[in-house]
Design a protein around this ligand. Structure first.
Ligand code: FE2
Length: 413
């Protein structure tokens, strides 16, 4: 049945206010479109494609308060140590239930696309098996990509390389890595070579936890970028975190930015997690620990924001609210002008979809009718007010719809 959505303020489209959906796809978009039996008034609200969370650990969801540990140093390495103990206790059912609750929480904030890193440094591959089932069961509601991710190292963990490869054979979409966690620089470099070789061998995307440290000498990004450029797979490659690049000196950064433009590599920054985890060894001034988001955007290099953690041993406060992620990201990376702020919605929508290589994304004829409705009509005001998502629509049908918040405030003059 045809359905017409009208009276829309469409993000990045000033010429259309209406669109018609048939069999889950957008068949027309513009103004003064034909009358349909089924019409939905969007009340002038801001309509955009769904939020994208391109870097999340669904196998870790809600383990922050339930692993019996607590935050002491607040570092990445403490988080890995806590997870090392917890993961031995989980079963497939338990892992699946927690991941499902994580997806539910993200979806409630308007996310429909998730890339999740699943720890495969586990001889039983418990988290991966749970996630492969869930990806299939939820595919009509949310698009999930899985990274075969060696949390405890491709070489620091016994048979880590083989387990990553097994994850790819079982159906993971991307090869992961964590070179800064390997026990020596040379072994970290070896893991980067292995990551790229596996991606080529199995025709997979790459998403590496790369240089998630304030150590300016951690420069695995340089090698990753060079190797994928040689293979011509930069567009399929993502460097997540790249915190140390935020601490590098300008001469080095300038040279590297030129090479990133050539390779077309993608970047992901989780603002809340990296602001929380990094700078822990600093006195004052304390570094923010984030990549050079503003400078990469200015150079046309693709970078997006993510919610890395939903209450796990690395970061206690994540909840999948991308407006909160964006809010923090804007502040921490000095996206200060009105134009930068208005366009910053790209960091939680289009840029994430590009990173995940999702072609069927955006409000255009021929694409799936997937979109969210924000409780504002203007981009800047939507961010200033940190508005919530009123509805999330998938293939033309509501995933959820909620009432506008109303207030009765007795103020008058
Ligand atoms: Fe991560």
């Amino acid at each position: 049945m045809k359905k017409k959505f009208f009276n829309a303020k469409i993000y990045r489209n000033d010429s259309a206010t209406e669109f018609i959906v048939e069999n889950g796809k957008i068949t027309q978009i513009g103004t003064n479109l034909p009358i349909c039996d089924n019409e939905v008034d969007l009340e002038g609200k801001l309509i955009m494609p769904p939020y994208v969370d391109p870097h999340l650990h669904l196998d870790y969801v809600y383990t922050g308060r339930n692993d019996g540990g607590n935050v002491k140093s607040g570092t990445l390495f403490e988080g890995i140590e806590r997870w090392h103990h917890f993961k031995k206790t989980q079963g497939i059912g338990d892992a699946k239930n927690r991941a499902l609750e994580g997806v539910r929480e993200e979806a409630s904030h308007g996310i429909q696309y998730i890339r999740t890193h699943i720890d495969v440094t586990d001889p039983d591959l418990t988290g991966l098996k749970a996630m492969l089932e869930l990806r299939e069961e939820l595919k009509d509601k949310v698009t999930i990509q899985i990274v075969s991710f060696p949390q405890e190292g491709m070489y620091a963990y016994k048979n880590g390389y083989e387990l990553v490869e097994e994850g790819l054979k079982l159906g993971a979409d991307c090869v992961g890595g964590i070179p800064h966690f390997e026990w020596a620089r040379e072994i970290g470099e070896k893991s980067v070579h292995s990551t790229v070789e596996l991606a080529v061998k199995y025709n997979k995307m790459i998403d590496v936890h790369c240089d998630e440290t304030d150590d300016v000498m951690s420069r695995f990004l340089e090698l990753l970028n060079a190797l994928v450029m040689i293979e011509g797979i930069g567009k399929k490659t993502t460097a997540s975190h790249a915190c140390s690049f935020g601490s590098a000196d300008n001469a080095y950064a300038n040279r590297m930015i030129g090479l990133f433009k050539k390779s077309k590599i993608n970047f992901i920054t989780p603002p809340t997690e990296n602001a929380y985890l990094q700078g822990r060894m600093d006195n004052y001034p304390k570094r923010r620990g984030l990549n050079r988001v503003k400078e990469l955007l200015e150079e046309g290099i693709n970078i997006c924001f993510a919610q890395d953690s939903i209450n796990d041993p690395w970061y206690p406060l994540g909840n999948g609210n991308m407006m909160n992620v964006l809010d923090n990201g804007i502040h921490l990376t000095h996206l200060a002008s009105y134009e930068e702020i208005e366009k910053s919605f790209d960091l939680i929508t289009f840029n994430g979809a590009k990173t995940m290589m999702i072609d069927d994304y955006g409000l255009e004829v021929g694409k799936s009718a997937n979109f969210i409705v924000l409780n504002e009509s203007d981009e800047f005001e939507a961010i200033r007010k940190r508005v919530g998502v009123l509805a999330s629509v998938r293939n033309g049908e509501y995933l959820f719809k909620r009432n506008k918040p109303s207030y009765d405030i007795p103020l008058s003059i």
